[in-house]
Design a protein around this ligand. Structure first.
Ligand SMILES: [Zn+2]
Length: 358
C-alpha cells in the first residue's frame, strides 16, 4: 500500500502508457476449424498433428479457453472481451470433429461449439455426424448451433427473386434449422454461423430481427465495437495454420472503431476496386501512418489516414470474382509484438453476374 501511495504519480504514468485514453484491452479470439484430418481437402483441414500443436500453444500461453456463450454474453452485455479468451468452433459437423478433435479437447477440459447444417445430418450427406453423434458431443459438454438447413450461399438471390422473397427464404433456412436442432438436441445455442462466411448488411439485419447472434469468417479478434451479427473468427486451415501464424493471431487486439459498418459487402457484377473506409477510435492510441492493409491477390495497397482517424483503403486493381478480404493490421502503440487487426470481406460475382463455385 505504501508503495502505491508513494509511487502514485509513476503508476499513473505507467497506466497511461499501457492504456491510452483509458481504453480497455479487448480482443477475444474465436477459432474456426472444419476437418481435423489428413484425408480431407486441405482448404478446410488441419492435420491432427497441427491441431495438437495449436492446443499445446494455447495451453502453454496465457490464455483461457472459454465457451462461445461467454464471448457472446460479454459482447451483448457490454462486458470486457478479454484478449486472453479463446473459443473453439467447428463448422459443418464433420466426422473428424468427433473422432479427432473432441477427444483432444476433452482431455484438456476445453469447451467447443459445432455449427450444423441440419439437412446434411438428416440425409447423411457427406462425412458428417449423425444426430446420435451430435447428442453424444452435447452430452460431453459441447455446444451445438445453427448453420442453416442447406448450407446456402446466403447472398445469392435467385433470378427473379424479390428482396422480400429472398429474405423470407433465408429466414426459413435459419428457423427451419433451429427447429431441427431443438427437436433433436437438449440445449442448442441460439447462435448462427454464415455458410462460407458470406453475408451483407441486409442479412445481418435479418439475423438481428430473427433474434440470432451471428458469426462470420472474416478474421480478427472480437471487441466492444464488433457487430453481434457479424462476429469475426480466425479460420484455420492448411496454409494459414502454422503455429507461428496462430501465435500471431492470438496476440492481436480488437481495433475499436467509431460507428463501424457491417464488415462484409456484396459487390455488383461490374464493381471495380472498392474503397474501404472506417474510423479508428482515439482510444486505440493508434498513430497515423502505422496501419498496413493487405488485399488478396493485389500487389500493394494504399492506406490514407485522414482527419479524425478516418482510414481510406484503396485496392490497386479491380477485385476478382469470389471472396476477397481487406485485412488491416497495426502494431499496438504500447505493447511489443501485439497487433490490432481488422478485416472487411467483399463478395463479387463474375462480370456476367454468374456465381463462382465454392
Ligand atoms: Zn459451413
Amino acid at each position: 500500500m505504501r508503495h502505491l501511495l508513494t509511487h502514485g504519480a509513476g503508476l499513473l504514468l505507467a497506466f497511461c502508457l499501457l492504456a491510452p485514453s483509458g481504453a480497455r484491452a479487448e480482443g477475444a479470439k474465436v477459432l474456426l476449424y472444419h476437418h481435423v484430418s489428413s484425408e480431407t481437402p486441405s482448404s478446410t483441414s488441419v492435420t491432427p498433428a497441427t491441431f495438437d500443436a495449436h492446443l499445446e500453444l494455447i495451453a502453454e500461453g496465457d490464455y483461457e479457453v472459454v465457451p462461445l456463450a461467454r464471448i457472446v454474453d460479454a459482447l451483448i452485455n457490454g462486458g470486457t472481451l478479454d484478449p486472453r479468451w479463446v473459443a473453439f468452433t467447428f463448422d459443418d459437423a464433420y466426422e473428424s470433429v468427433a473422432t479427432t478433435a473432441a477427444p483432444r479437447l476433452a482431455e484438456r477440459g476445453w469447451p467447443f461449439t459445432v455449427f450444423v447444417s441440419t439437412d446434411a445430418v438428416d440425409t447423411g450427406t457427406g462425412p458428417v455426424l449423425d444426430w446420435d453423434a451430435l447428442r453424444a458431443l452435447e452430452a460431453g459438454g459441447a455446444t451445438i448451433a445453427n448453420h442453416t438447413l442447406t448450407h446456402e450461399h446466403m447472398v445469392r438471390r435467385r433470378s427473379g427473386e424479390s428482396e422480400d422473397a429472398w429474405l423470407g427464404r433465408l429466414a426459413r433456412e435459419v428457423m427451419g434449422a433451429q427447429e431441427r436442432l431443438e427437436a433433436e438436441l437438449e440445449d442448442p445455442l441460439r447462435v448462427f454461423a454464415y455458410p462460407y462466411g458470406e453475408f451483407n448488411a441486409a442479412i445481418a439485419h435479418l439475423m438481428q430481427s430473427l433474434g440470432f447472434i451471428a458469426f462470420g469468417q472474416q478474421s480478427g479478434p472480437v471487441g466492444g465495437t464488433s457487430s453481434p451479427y457479424a462476429i469475426p473468427r480466425f479460420p484455420l486451415a492448411r496454409g494459414f495454420d502454422s503455429v507461428d501464424s496462430l501465435a500471431e493471431k492470438l496476440r492481436t487486439e480488437h481495433l475499436p472503431l467509431i460507428n463501424p459498418d457491417i464488415p462484409a459487402t456484396l459487390l455488383s457484377a461490374d464493381a471495380g476496386a472498392p474503397v474501404l473506409e472506417f474510423t479508428v477510435a482515439e482510444s486505440s492510441g493508434l498513430r497515423p501512418g502505422t496501419l498496413t492493409c493487405f488485399i488478396g491477390g493485389q500487389p500493394k495497397t494504399e492506406v490514407s489516414w485522414q482527419e479524425g482517424g478516418r482510414i481510406r483503403v484503396q485496392a490497386e486493381r479491380p477485385l476478382w470474382a469470389g471472396r476477397t478480404k481487406y485485412t488491416c493490421t497495426a502494431p499496438h502503440p504500447d505493447k511489443p509484438r501485439v497487433y490490432y487487426w481488422h478485416t472487411h470481406l467483399y463478395i463479387r460475382p463474375h462480370s456476367d453476374g454468374s456465381w463462382y463455385s465454392g
